[in-house]
Design a protein around this ligand. Sequence first.
Ligand SMILES: Nc1ncnc2c1ncn2[C@@H]1O[C@H](COP(=O)(O)OP(=O)(O)O)[C@@H](O)[C@H]1O
Ligand SMILES: [Mg+2]
Length: 332
Amino acid sequence: MSAEPMIDVRRINVTFSVSRGFMAGRKPLRAVQEVDLVAHAGETLAIVGESGSGKTTLANAILNIHPPTSGEIFLDGRAVRSLGRKEFARQVQPVFQDPYSSLNPRRSVGATIMQPLIVHGIGDHVEREQKLLRILDLVGLPRRVVNALPHQLSGGQRQRVAIARALIIAPKLLVCDEPTSALDVSVQAQILNLLQDLRTELGLTYILITHNLAVVEHIASRVAVMYLGRIVEEASVEDLFRAPKHPYTIALLESALTPDPTLGLPDLGLSNVFPNPIDPPSGCHFHPRCNRTFAPCSRVAPRSIVSDGHRLECHLYDPDIMSAHNAHSGDL
Ligand SMILES: Nc1ncnc2c1ncn2[C@@H]1O[C@H](COP(=O)(O)OP(=O)(O)O)[C@@H](O)[C@H]1O
Ligand SMILES: [Mg+2]
């Protein structure tokens, strides 16, 4: 393992300015707030959370598609801001949710997959063809599809094309944003298994974004739980599944036990609806939906508590908050 993490995200924020309607002015929407994340070479870091929690915004910041408003990201020890676009793309590639819209409908499979080789000026014609055939084998696509157009393929095949295109230039890091949620349930496992095999075979590092915790348990090594722009808990997969701490993570895990793949969102059994990120709740963002909320939760934003590589933002685990609270309760 290299001394430097493959990707090191340091206190990044991504803020959008959104209109509140005609003549109502604009307001900041803090889609990603003070996010710290690290993934080491060969690791799969999963990011989970409900729709609207900021996962795609975080992925786009890491992918340099929409760079952070503040904070810094380092790739293998180098600030991403200082890297050229091409140099960055050579090392970090995306796999998006929807292979329908991420592929050019008029470009053949072969041309699509070889495109990055041309963009980056890698190899001559013969070498490119060799790389194409090798990557087709690797992602499990038959050679006869090279002349096909995207609409002639199944959803799973299309996602294999997108994966092949991402991998043909041998990047180090793959950022996968819900890579299977647009696919039929029957092919989701195949694509996840493929990603898993490719990671081991090619020594890749993954950031895997999903709203499905059940997926995480099978392929990730670490997991970060996102809620309204913040990472509320982060731990190794073993730790998080064995001993989840944050009430939100516990609710997410309970919902994952009875997954209904026809639902876009997990049914959390939580009392309130997902809050509006333009007007996030005071104190801990989760407090209006939390079943363990107490006095400080609506008043004070929880700080980050770290122990044994398990990080979380919840007052219940903050010894200072708890002793102050207990002392105060004792007075009554
Ligand atoms: N380009 C944008 N302009 C304004 N608001 C945005 C933009 N992209 C995302 N958002 C808002 O940021 C929040 C997080 O969105 P997103 O990152 O897509 O979440 P997720 O991927 O977890 O569903 C949402 O409230 C969304 O409406
Ligand atoms: Mg998303």
